[in-house]
Design a protein around this ligand. Structure first.
Ligand SMILES: [Zn+2]
Length: 321
């Protein structure tokens, strides 16, 4: 997946469903975008278009999902569509949302995984663009969390994720998954992993106004001894694979692809986005590799004194990146 050129998709593709938390109908369309655009959410209000960059600077605190917002426009449950784009190595795309909800738009839940979005991207086609990509290469470890829940990023020649979860449930227990970052790996092993919940939590979630669109069509619901859904899990370790999926989506809020090894233990959306912020807060722990450009400048804007201190290092001629 990690070519040297930026990538977009070949044409506009759409899908419709309901929002996991709002329970409202929602339509999402993925469209091509020019170089150095990044991933940008859009919605049409009357005759004008509002935009919101998928960036950590636009992060909005939400329970149980990742939301971004700007200019009075908020989108929640962004992580699965962003995971599909980032997992396939798409740098530049527009995500149009129409969820008939003026207060907070929500990406449709589809089947609770990133597979329907991955399918849209495959149907649209992936196009290399006429500009090289800039990477953020980790030089020193960065860690957030506590003894119980933690996430770190370590120097590594290739992008990689190792994720461990630990649930007191006979079908889950302790699971570790190692993801070597590539579009092929993402499509085969990560994209299909679904959201999960526990039956004893469902009523409490609803009481808090969350999960109103949740159903057995878009969430694995674990009972004390099994699952409520018909059929079986898509993978014996589907839960930890879904955590990797969420992490890839949350990581896209950095706006630039990372070369490093992420190690997550009992982590979740809150720690994922804290790691993104910690990367920005520790510019001595990384360098930008590749040509200067708008996406690199946008990232430098998010770093304290970054405009003066962040330099991009040219790509080595023989680099795989
Ligand atoms: Zn998820």
């Amino acid at each position: 997946m990690l070519g040297q050129r930026q990538r977009t998709i070949g044409q506009t593709m759409s899908a419709s469903g309901v929002g996991l938390h709002s329970g409202r109908p929602s339509k999402v369309s993925l469209s091509p975008a020019p170089v150095d655009n990044g991933i940008v959410f859009r919605r049409k209000v009357n005759s004008h278009v509002e935009t919101c960059q998928a960036s950590i600077r636009n992060l909005r605190p939400m329970e149980l999902c990742t939301a971004v917002g700007s200019n009075g426009f908020q989108i929640q449950t962004t992580e699965h569509v962003l995971s599909a784009l980032w997992g396939f190595g798409i740098d530049n795309a527009f995500i149009d949302i129409d969820s008939e909800n003026i207060d907070s738009e929500e990406v449709p839940a589809m089947d609770g995984s990133a597979a329907p979005f991955a399918k849209l991207i495959q149907l649209a086609g992936i196009l290399p663009q006429d500009r090289h990509r800039t990477y953020l290469k980790i030089l020193e470890p960065i860690r957030v969390g506590d003894d119980n829940r933690t996430i770190s990023i370590l120097p590594s020649p290739f992008p990689k994720i190792t994720y461990t979860i630990d649930y007191d449930h006979q079908l889950i227990q302790r699971q570790t998954y190692e993801h070597e970052w590539s579009a092929v790996e993402f499509e085969a092993n990560i994209a299909q992993a679904r959201t999960f919940a526990f039956s004893h939590e469902v009523e409490a979630l609803r009481a808090r106004g969350l999960g109103n669109g949740g159903s057995l069509d878009n969430t694995i619901v674990f009972t004390e001894t099994g699952i409520m859904n018909e059929g079986t899990l898509r993978f014996p370790d589907e839960c930890v694979r879904h955590k990797v999926l969420d992490l890839i989506g949350d990581l896209s809020l950095l706006g630039i692809h990372v070369i490093g090894h992420i190690v997550g233990k009992r982590s979740g959306h809150h720690l994922h986005t804290r790691l993104v912020q910690a990367i920005l807060d520790n510019p001595e722990a990384w360098t930008l590799v590749g040509p200067p450009g708008k996406l690199a400048n946008d990232l430098a804007d998010l770093v304290p004194n970054g405009k003066d201190s962040i330099q991009t290092v040219p790509l080595p001629a023989n680099s795989a990146f």
